[in-house]
Design a protein around this ligand. Structure first.
Ligand code: ZN
Length: 299
């Protein structure tokens, strides 16, 4: 699933290619992409508009228009944006859901195997700042993401720190891959209650999150399954992962065997030696099974 580094890679590629271009046509092949807005209405709102900026909030890509409206896109599981200098050849793009055409003949296609991705136009009257402030925490790549802010957002929380880091309302942009990688880099057990982290651990974790995201952006993102960048290229970050997807492999730091567990329904990887449970509280979280998995009648 594309996370912050993948969406940021796409943003950086699209920005110089789209800003200053005028949208001359939009074709939507899958009404679910723009639902509940009708495809025709979505296309009408975009056609004729000049693109003024390409921004990102968390995992959302935001294309600014001269009218003040914003085209918002979320790739979800398998969404893929591909820029081309011309039109894609017939049949070149499988699972095609929409095409945006610019005044220089360039195109951006939105393809999506699983069809969870979404696109919608936010009216000019909607304050971007207020809209996102109500839905997303601080962006993990912004200057506003500080150690103090992280400590405040984790304080008092009893959920596993991995789960807290994945909560987009607390911290926007970090998903399953980079949560595992950052917790390993920070030597924090993923099942520690979030509120048990010390101020110093929060400082280290904040630095680790930022560092791993920056490495991933420099590597063009991680192509673990379907992700490709906006030019159709695979990222390189999948080859640089230290623990994520490495169950049974030796830890790159200490040689202990990397283990995997399921935390909040997400596969979670860590090194039992580098990331010890220093508080003794993580085990209780690890052993607690979700209610739905308990046999009927068992409390
Ligand atoms: Zn280790």
């Amino acid at each position: 699933m594309p996370e912050l580094p993948e969406v940021e890679t796409i943003r950086r590629q699209l920005e110089p290619r789209l800003v200053g271009r005028r949208i001359t046509g939009v074709e939507v092949y899958d009404p679910l992409l723009t639902a509940p807005t009708a495809s025709e209405e979505f296309a009408d709102e975009l056609t004729g508009q000049l693109i003024t900026c390409v921004d990102r909030r968390g995992k959302y890509l935001l294309v600014g228009l001269e009218s003040g409206a914003t085209l918002a896109l979320h790739l979800r599981m398998t969404g893929r944006l591909h820029w081309r200098a011309g039109s894609p050849a017939p049949g070149e793009e499988r699972f095609l859901r929409a095409v945006l055409v610019c005044d220089d003949g360039s195109t951006v296609t939105f393809a999506d195997v699983r069809r969870f991705g979404r696109a919608w136009v936010m009216p000019a009257a909607v304050s971007q700042r207020e809209f996102w402030a109500q839905r997303l925490g601080v962006d993990a790549l912004s200057d506003a993401f500080t150690a103090r802010g992280l400590a405040e957002s984790l304080r008092g929380r009893r959920v596993a720190v991995k789960t807290a880091v994945l909560n987009q309302r607390l911290l926007a942009g970090v998903g399953n891959i980079y949560a595992d990688e950052a917790l390993f880099a920070a030597r924090v057990h993923p099942l520690r209650p979030a509120g048990s982290l010390t101020t110093d651990e929060c400082r280290v974790l904040r630095g680790a999150i930022r560092a791993r995201l920056e490495v991933a952006i420099a590597a063009g993102g991680a192509s673990i399954d379907t992700y490709r960048d906006a030019l159709g290229q695979r990222g390189r970050m999948q080859d640089l992962l230290q623990v994520h997807l490495h169950e049974g492999d030796p830890c790159p730091r200490c040689g202990a065997i990397i283990v995997k567990s399921v935390v909040g329904q997400r596969g979670t990887y860590w090194c039992p030696r580098c990331q010890p449970d220093t508080t003794g509280s993580a085990v209780a979280v690890a052993r607690r099974r979700p209610r739905s998995s308990r046999p009927a009648g068992v409390i």
